[in-house]
Design a protein around this ligand. Structure first.
Ligand SMILES: NC(=O)c1ccc[n+]([C@@H]2O[C@H](COP(=O)([O-])OP(=O)(O)OC[C@H]3O[C@@H](n4cnc5c(N)ncnc54)[C@H](OP(=O)(O)O)[C@@H]3O)[C@@H](O)[C@H]2O)c1
Length: 321
């Protein structure tokens, strides 16, 4: 193996204009890590604006990490195993969400904590697998870890056609929930196809006039959408936002629980998600697959277009080793 690799890196904090495709040192797996030969990675809107993408902390107090490699969702094959790793071996096909405070997977290789990786779903190729980790884990942690969704419960998903929403609608349905979703009118058929029993056009209808007694509201939009959601919940229900912290006083006034969380790398969640994928109950939505050399354009496209589903970087086999 060579000691360098092709990678996309940013040497200065900024937007997509900072991303360059270049030769970079191949990382070495430290204790507890594996080296993954990356087959595919995926691109997340807003990622380059987060402190964690540039420093070693989730907030603004962290140490500068530049040059950084973006794109923290990975699907690939274990190429080398670091000390102390006993549960993964060279040749294993794995996928996962790499912690945002370290280098991502827009490169031929990524050193990744073994505990954040799980076996890749057998049903999907690497490109489609790379579209799974962030959005599916967010939906999983919201509905399973935080809401403890039970069969028969009614879930309102705001933004059902988005990256997280498409997984949330499918997952709530797979868990036996009854799903109402808000989305654009053009996405009604699409979101119904994912399992929603009812889709409300957020531009022409007021969901708070149409929905009552939900057990769970999953807010993937924030702002006034969050604020107008309180009356849709039954007393004792739960509102979960992944966009902003809900107002605790309003939660108390409506006798509901409310929380905000940030998705975390989670092997157990990935294992459960891979099982659901292999059972045909969850399917990622991929807008397009582009080569690693087009990473900058992929980030620019997220800012200017509105892709339906993930933009995936296809990495293996496109550059000489
Ligand atoms: N806390 C966390 O751990 C975490 C994790 C992942 C994502 N996030 C955040 O969660 C949000 C959603 O992420 P995503 O990846 O799912 O975004 P996305 O793919 O851009 O999807 C957003 C969806 O919301 C729809 N939408 C916009 N305004 C709406 C409204 N008023 N009512 C209902 N639907 C509306 C959009 O539809 P149209 O395109 O038709 O307008 C789109 O389908 C983002 O802010 C993201 O940064 C947080």
């Amino acid at each position: 193996m060579t000691l360098t690799m092709q990678a996309v890196r940013a040497h200065r904090r900024g937007g997509p204009e900072q991303l360059v495709h270049e030769s970079a040192p191949r990382p070495e797996p430290a204790r507890g890590e594996v080296l993954v030969a990356v087959h595919a990675a995926s691109v997340t809107a807003g990622e380059l604006e987060w402190d964690a993408s540039w420093t070693d902390s989730l907030d603004s107090t962290g140490r500068d990490r530049t040059p950084v490699v973006p794109s923290h969702e990975v699907s690939g094959v274990v190429a080398e195993v670091g000390a102390g790793v006993t549960d993964l071996a060279v040749g294993d096909e794995v996928y996962g969400l790499i912690p945002f405070t370290r280098d991502g997977a827009a490169a031929e290789y990524a050193a990744v904590p073994a505990s954040t990786l799980a076996a890749k779903p057998a049903r999907l190729d690497h490109d489609r697998t790379a579209a799974v980790p962030l959005a599916a884990l967010t939906a999983w942690q919201a509905l399973v870890a935080h809401a403890a969704l039970q069969p028969g419960q009614h879930v309102l998903v705001h933004g059902g056609a988005g990256g997280v929403g498409t997984f949330a609608v499918q997952l709530a349905t797979a868990l036996g929930g009854r799903v109402t979703a808000t989305a654009s009118a053009r996405d009604t058929e699409f979101v119904t196809g994912l399992g929603a029993q009812r889709v409300i056009d957020y531009r022409s209808e007021r969901f708070e006039d149409l929905v009552r007694d939900t057990d769970v509201v999953l807010d993937l939009v924030g702002g006034e959408t969050l604020d107008r959601s309180w009356t849709t919940l039954r007393p004792g229900g739960i509102l979960i936002s992944i966009v902003q912290p809900p107002d605790p006083e309003k939660a108390a006034a409506h006798q509901v629980r409310a929380l905000f969380f940030i998705v975390e790398p989670d092997r157990a969640g990935l294992v459960a998600i891979a099982e659901l994928i292999d059972e045909g109950k969850l399917t990622p939505v991929v807008d397009r697959v582009v080569p690693l050399t087009e990473t900058r354009a992929a980030y620019e496209a997220l800012a200017t277009e509105h892709p339906r589903g993930k933009v995936v970087l296809h990495v293996d086999g496109q550059v000489a080793a």
